[in-house]
Design a protein around this ligand. Sequence first.
Ligand code: MG
Length: 381
Amino acid sequence: MMIDLRRVDDREHLLLASYAMHSRDTAGRMRPELAHGYRGPYARDRDRVLHSSAFRRLSGKMQVFTGEMGEYHRTRLTHTFEVASVARTIARTLRLNEDLTETLALLHDIGHPPYGHCGEDALAEVLEPWGGFSHNQFAITIVTELEQRYTDFPGLNLTMEVLSGQDTRAHKAASAVGCSPLLEVQIVDLADSIAYDAHDVDDALQMGMIEFAELAKLDIVARASEQVQRRYGALPPNRRRQALVHELVDLQIGDLLSTATEVLHSVDGHSSDEIRSAGLRLEHSEEVAQERAELEAYLFETVYRHPRLVPVRNAASSRLRELLEGLIDRPDRLPLRFRTRVTEVGVARSVGDYLAGMTDRFCDTQHLLFTTHPAGPLTDW
Ligand code: MG
């Protein structure tokens, strides 16, 4: 057979491992569409996610630190790009489907509400009687219902593999047993935590929220610092921080690649379906897994609960609650699209969807409008 590299199936046949998710095996889309001339189904999905308005709004959503805390740190958008970069590196090396991996990475945080985790907690608590709130689940609502970009269908009409990959994130506990998620899905999950472990260290050090000497007591940091020291000798603090963060990313990716290569070597020749049924899971070596757990526990205690963050977070959380409870009482103040949506999903869920889609600043301004003007609908995003 003549190989034609312009054809997606031919390219994948040549480049991907047997256990990668091949585009030719896709279960397709909810609403069938004709194949594209030169983009495969997952490349199309990636472009749809990238061009969605929810994706652009990631730039106005905080990851851990807010806008008042300087301009060095990550937003949810830059975090997303770092995750995509790590995930693609891993996918390419393991000969997995890079387009699918990239799509899943760009999508993975799209459902985050304003104000980071405290926003999510506020929504989950107030919406508890109506099924709670989860950003992973909300990502699916966005891409199947709320995005309006195409005349033929609501949402983005993404492939089943992308939707079920995101769904796996929403039901993590259930997916931890039995059949395993696609390797591409697993890679994005691992890349997410590799990225935030490293960049939260970077941001927190840069902002003076943690001390290098304290941090260096952690095994993984000590190991990375030794490597930096060996390579560059003594460095001024800023340079040392940057080198340390590169080293932390490298060290974790390197570890994952070496365990994954070994595991995957033994299943070469098997299809993605076969290894899913076998429940194959990629993970870090035991040593690095333990070191990462130690680092995450440290970040949780010292950074995520830092006295500089707590008041900012509490204030944000009460704004969101006030708006949430206020709008549940006064659904007439919802923008038209969400007033209409009330008939489909009920008042509380429609209010939740409206608020969860907002950026931090947009939520601030709508809160101000709601509390200072007694009447009239708020603005759609
Ligand atoms: Mg993330």
